[in-house]
Design a protein around this ligand. Sequence first.
Ligand SMILES: CC(C)(COP(=O)(O)OP(=O)(O)OC[C@H]1O[C@@H](n2cnc3c(N)ncnc32)[C@H](O)[C@@H]1OP(=O)(O)O)[C@@H](O)C(=O)NCCC(=O)NCCS
Length: 146
Amino acid sequence: MITFRPATAADMPGLAALEAAATAHGWSERQYRDSLAAGHAFLLLEIDGQLCGHAVAMAVLDEAELLTIVIAAEKQGQGLGRTLLGRLLEQLRQLGCTRLFLEVRESNRPARALYANSGFSETGLRKHYYPTAAGREHAVLMEIEL
Ligand SMILES: CC(C)(COP(=O)(O)OP(=O)(O)OC[C@H]1O[C@@H](n2cnc3c(N)ncnc32)[C@H](O)[C@@H]1OP(=O)(O)O)[C@@H](O)C(=O)NCCC(=O)NCCS
């Protein structure tokens, strides 16, 4: 059964490990701890009590920014990312947010497709924003009205 819950400090090593296995560009455990301490909104997706993904957003007044979303590598492609994002959008609406922004690597096709299929629009490009093994790549800016 899929369930959702917020995070505690005890979850941070698990979130960092899940992300390290799913992407080369993930947050460290330290970054997760700092984010939790900063009061960001964490949403964890579990299946039968096992952590399978998480999303983190920063809400400021009526606007929010998606800081990270990740599904465990072995669970990707089964609709969990879409489910988690949908739940996060609902949660942000309930917090009174009216708009959600994000930045995504231009080369990250799965994430860009997830966002586009979830109703996000591309609004701009931050050139040479992200470091890569070979140099730098652009950030695509996206947003959705909640
Ligand atoms: C991006 C991510 C969260 C998507 O999660 P997921 O559970 O695999 O996605 P879903 O199965 O819910 O698929 C949702 C949509 O995403 C797109 N998508 C997912 N995987 C894809 C792939 N490998 N290639 C192209 N599109 C893909 C599809 O459009 C899909 O919609 P559809 O079901 O109508 O075809 C996951 O790939 C991930 O954790 N990636 C590593 C971390 C990351 O890059 N996060 C984003 C940082 S901005």
